[in-house]
Design a protein around this ligand. Structure first.
Ligand SMILES: [Zn+2]
Length: 412
């Protein structure tokens, strides 16, 4: 099979897609179901149509473009990513996997491949949490990890429901119809920029993702007793902030204590009430993001933090309320897909690095219904979600080439 990537076309299409934006270039803002998003969707559908793919959309706007294989009834091989972009971000996050995936399919067509299984490009709706506060909306619904009735409760900041917003955008059918039937995909591969600097630093052109980390997000409310910063003596105090400070240090300790480099914990929110220099904090709210690639290890670390909370609540005479905002399970990627990607790299003479995805992606949820792995290409200085996000044309083309090879291999 003689695979060639049309690098110029891929770069031009990425440029055109970036022009569908509510922010001035080079920044990209493309919120799901906004007019620019709908225009970008029309552009992508026209590209898929030109490539002879059969396009369909589901009720939440996930877009499927299928190249029908010799045995169309077999489960298909899927590839794809997202095209929504958070405010003032860049042009490669997600889009590299969508247009790189499309170019991979076109490369296979040019090489006269007639795959046994169908190969399908999937463009996920709302990977970014911008509109509804929940990431990976499309893939959560496809995989059944978010139920339709729960999704119907989702609202944007103005109180508009998901159903209202999507029907205004032309997606009217019931959300109950989004979930994919079991065995729909025989494998799913997502090409994505690394969003970190490991590949660049080590001068390795490709990363094969073997695990995707997932965060547990917690909100902790601490209630103590306020008072005058001069009048209340130290032994009498029930300072809510000091309890929060101890919890923050417990988070750091718990993350370090697993001995695994993949365990990370962050307290990114700390709100102190009343927030006056001469007043003892009576109430504090903190939010914790705790991640790992191993669910059992993450849960054990969290249990350690909770135990610490109970102990210090008693010692400091404060009450501590915990609320788990979200706790997606991390995954190990499928050896079937990891091997196909690793072989594809080797076949084309590219070194590859097995690596962990520390950001989460639609693939995390697709793994619940299909064997999944991801292919990473370098991005300059590891920068992402910024206007200066950049992936070099040769890296984009290399990713697309290896993806094409792996898709051909998996499709048989
Ligand atoms: Zn992304």
């Amino acid at each position: 099979m003689n695979l060639t990537i049309n690098r110029q076309q891929l770069v031009t299409e990425l440029e055109t897609l970036a022009s569908f934006s509510d922010a001035p270039a080079p920044a990209v803002t493309r919120i799901v179901f906004s007019p620019v998003d709908l225009n970008a969707r029309a552009y992508l559908k026209s590209l898929c149509g030109s490539a002879g793919l059969t396009v369909r959309e589901d009720p939440v706007g996930n877009t499927f473009a299928r190249w029908t294989g010799r045995e169309p009834n077999l489960p298909a091989i899927g590839t794809g990513s997202h095209t929504d972009a958070i405010p003032f971000s860049g042009r490669y996050d997600g889009t590299a996997g969508v247009l790189g995936g499309l170019e991979a399919i076109r490369a296979l067509q040019r090489a006269q491949l007639r795959p046994r299984r169908s190969i399908e490009l999937l463009i996920f709706t709302a990977e970014e949490p911008t509109l509804f506060g929940i990431g990976c909306l499309g893939s959560r619904l496809l995989s059944g990890s978010l139920r339709a009735e729960t999704a119907r409760q989702l609202k944007n900041r103005d109180g508009k429901t998901l159903d209202e917003i999507r029907s205004e955008a032309g997606f009217g059918d019931s959300l109950d119809r989004v979930r994919l039937p079991p065995g729909y995909y025989a494998a799913f591969v997502e090409l994505h920029i690394e969003q970190g600097a490991i590949l660049e630093r080590r001068s390795i052109p490709l990363g094969v993702v073997t695990a995707i980390a997932a965060p547990a997000s917690l909100r902790i409310a601490i209630e103590g007793e306020g008072g005058h910063a001069g009048a209340v003596l130290m032994p009498e105090r029930r300072d809510a902030f000091l309890a929060a400070a101890e919890i923050a240090l417990a988070v750091e300790q718990a993350a370090k204590s697993t001995g695994a480099i993949d365990t990370v914990g962050t307290v990114g929110v700390c709100e102190v009430f009343p927030g006056a220099i001469n007043s003892i904090p009576s109430r504090v709210r903190i939010e914790i993001d705790f991640r790992d690639t191993d669910l059992a290890r993450r849960d054990a670390a969290l249990a350690g933090i909770f135990k610490n909370c109970d102990e210090l609540a008693a010692r400091r005479r404060v009450t501590i309320e915990r609320e788990m905002i979200n706790a997606d399970a991390p995954i190990q990627c499928s050896p079937l897909v990891v091997d196909a990607l690793t072989r594809a790299c080797r076949e084309h003479g590219f070194e590859s690095l097995p690596m962990v995805s520390r950001a989460y992606h639609d693939s995390l949820f697709m793994s619940q219904i299909a064997p999944v792995a991801m292919l990473f290409i370098p991005c300059r200085n590891g920068v992402s979600h910024r206007p200066d996000e950049y992936a070099a044309p040769e890296d984009l083309a290399r990713g697309s080439l290896v993806l094409a090879q792996a898709l051909a291999d998996l499709a048989g």
